[in-house]
Design a protein around this ligand. Sequence first.
Ligand SMILES: Cc1cc2nc3c(=O)[nH]c(=O)nc-3n(C[C@H](O)[C@H](O)[C@H](O)COP(=O)(O)O)c2cc1C
Length: 173
Amino acid sequence: MILVISSSLHPDSRSRILARACVDRLAEIGEPTELFDLAVTTLPPCDGASAYGDANVQDLSKRIQAADGILIASGVYNYDVNAAAKNAVELTGKAWTGKVVGLMLAAGGQGSYMSAMGLANSLMLDFRCVIVPRFIYATGESFEGQSLADESIQDRVNTLVEETVRMAKSLAT
Ligand SMILES: Cc1cc2nc3c(=O)[nH]c(=O)nc-3n(C[C@H](O)[C@H](O)[C@H](O)COP(=O)(O)O)c2cc1C
């Protein structure tokens, strides 16, 4: 199963459109998938203590553990993934160990394309995740309303999804 985590809390999020495009592509190629939307399932702020006992945190941890690969979609906030994405990783920590992880960002401008690197480094160094060397970075021009309207970004969605599945299967054997 490939778990897609949509991190944005914005009601009209663009990174959620990317996350849904990944879910659609996974369905098209017949891969089991689940979408976990942080705007729908609220997680408590990580306090390093009692928050780990929250039912939604435990549910997300189980889904991460069960996943063969995980795709994270986030908006760029202050040259980083949004706080909700980082909070989710803080809360679920060791569940990420050894997972194949792909990343995608929606951004306001072209200049913030390295913004996923802090998260990527943490996943690699803390939890020995394997980061898929494919990446989606999309700005406002790639969307029309609640739709993805950019063929080159759709191609990247397809490639990221297919490469994530391929790597997850290869590393599982
Ligand atoms: C608080 C805040 C900080 C932001 N910081 C950046 C930034 O550093 N670089 C950038 O390109 N866009 C930045 N943006 C624009 C967002 O990345 C853009 O609106 C994106 O669509 C957000 O993702 P979402 O629609 O999935 O929530 C920022 C937006 C907000 C609200």
